[in-house]
Design a protein around this ligand. Structure first.
Ligand code: UD1
Length: 418
């Protein structure tokens, strides 16, 4: 099994350019199904989740050519309506294909994404919204069968929680539906704005992306386009935490500071000096970080759940007690046990984690429990004294492109052993 071997306690210094955002690239790839001429996505990050989306598109009948960070999708004449169970299970975000397949094929047969390393991942909000748009849903032996016998039509849909996935599925189903859809309590994440911008570039008529109410006027067809995926704000948060934890200095290029404001204010609270310009963020960390009082994960523009674990690793060596409250997922503290093996002092109860900063962490053999939990271990290992070996890298490879190259370019000592 391959592993990352990290020799810690080296100060990170230098500059990095961000990759495209995984959480945007995946819905954009699903949305590419909807056009009737080729779509070219640039700055598409080379990740295993992107490769999984490409396999799904090929299964659905598309021709997909990948070259570097550029992915070209040529839609097939017809679109299949199923995704094989293995592909659904490989990537939980595959549920974002539901709205797109329904719009293209008029029906979709997908197995439930089921639970994952973050706890149960229900899709009730997605299904309830689609039902309001003319979809009938039947569940049978772990598979959900969705049909729109009379086509999809617009509706006023109110989400009881601003779910990112449900917002994406409603957008994908609504762009080619008959009439207007008004989506209330929509997710406001920057990745939603990116999806709306992409769809509008393809000819959709969407207003309000990034706001609580999104209006989608259905159109008859979408055309292809060339589109650059937005930069990855979670990759940015991870590198900033990595530089901060080593007392380092980092210039991130391609960053959108506005997307990072909740994370930047936490870094500032910990004592980092930050300078944000239109598309760069510069961080200079103190010798010893200060505590962060309380981090509450919330829907955007609140603190992102995806940055909770890497920032917790940073708090683990800060001076004082920091508190985390995870409000999005039930089971997002799996990395805590691994951080403890490295000497961190963290107690959890339900949604709360209390982190007593320690003077130093020490290298250990640890395992990635999930994607962002893996990133937390990398951050901790960079700060730790001695050598850390991190295995189960499949999790990290889902979401971080060329991680060890990026860190090594900043002066870290990180080697992947196969
Ligand atoms: C979530 C994050 C997103 C992140 C992604 C990957 C939020 C609001 N969303 O998106 O920023 O990039 O994980 O880590 O931070 N839920 C239901 N029923 C549903 C759908 C969701 O109960 O039909 C619940 C989930 O159990 C969870 C919460 O809503 O507690 C967040 O769900 P959602 O935003 O849909 O999750 P993702 O789309 O995976």
């Amino acid at each position: 099994m391959s592993k990352l071997v990290i020799e810690g306690s080296r100060t990170l210094r230098g500059e990095l350019t961000l990759h495209g955002a995984k959480n945007s690239a995946l819905p954009l790839l699903a949305a590419s199904l909807l056009g009737d001429s080729p779509v070219v996505l640039t700055r598409c990050p080379p990740l295993s989740d992107v490769a999984a989306s490409v396999s799904i598109l090929r299964h659905l009948g598309c021709e997909v050519v990948t070259e570097g960070d550029c992915v070209e999708v040529r839609q097939g004449a017809s679109c299949r309506s199923d995704i094989p169970e293995a592909q659904m299970r490989e990537m939980r975000s595959s549920i974002v294909f539901l709205g797109a397949i329904l719009a293209r094929a008029g029906e979709a047969h997908l197995c439930f994404p089921g639970g994952c390393e973050l706890g149960p991942r229900p899709i009730d909000l997605h299904l309830a919204a689609l039902c309001q748009m003319g979809v009938t849903v039947r569940e049978d032996g772990g598979t959900v069968h969705c049909r729109a016998p009379h086509g999809l039509h617009g509706a006023t849909v109110t989400l009881s929680f601003p779910s990112v996935g449900a917002t994406e599925n409603v957008l994908l189903a609504a762009v080619l539906a008959q009439g207007e859809t008004v989506l209330c309590n929509a997710a406001r994440e920057p990745e939603i704005v990116d999806l709306c911008r992409f769809l509008n570039t393809c000819g959709a008529r969407i207003t309000g992306g990034g706001e609580g109410v999104i209006r989608i006027q259905g159109v008859r067809r979408l055309i292809g386009c060339r589109y650059e995926v937005m930069p990855d704000r979670i990759e940015a948060a991870t590198y900033l935490a990595a530089a901060a934890v080593t007392g380092g200095e980092l210039l991130l290029r391609g960053a959108q500071p506005l997307h990072l404001s909740a994370v930047l204010s936490v870094l500032e609270e910990a004592g980092c000096a930050l300078l944000a310009k239109s598309d760069t963020v510069h961080l200079k960390a103190p010798q010893r970080l200060g505590r962060i009082r309380t981090v509450r994960t919330m829907p955007y523009p609140g603190f992102p759940t995806d940055a909770q674990a890497p920032i917790m690793a940073m708090a683990a060596v800060a001076d004082g007690t920091s508190v985390f409250i995870e409000n999005i997922f039930d089971s997002r503290y799996k990395h805590v046990g691994e951080l403890r093996r490295m000497g961190a002092c963290i107690k959890t109860e339900g949604r709360v984690a209390v982190v007593e900063g320690v003077k130093r962490l020490s290298g250990a053999k640890v395992s990635c429990t999930d994607l962002r939990g893996g990133a937390a271990l990398v951050v901790a290992a960079l700060a730790a004294e001695g050598r850390t070996e991190i295995d189960r890298l499949c999790h990290l490879d889902r979401g971080y492109a060329a991680l060890e190259q990026g860190l090594c370019s900043l002066g870290a000592c990180v080697v992947r052993q196969r």
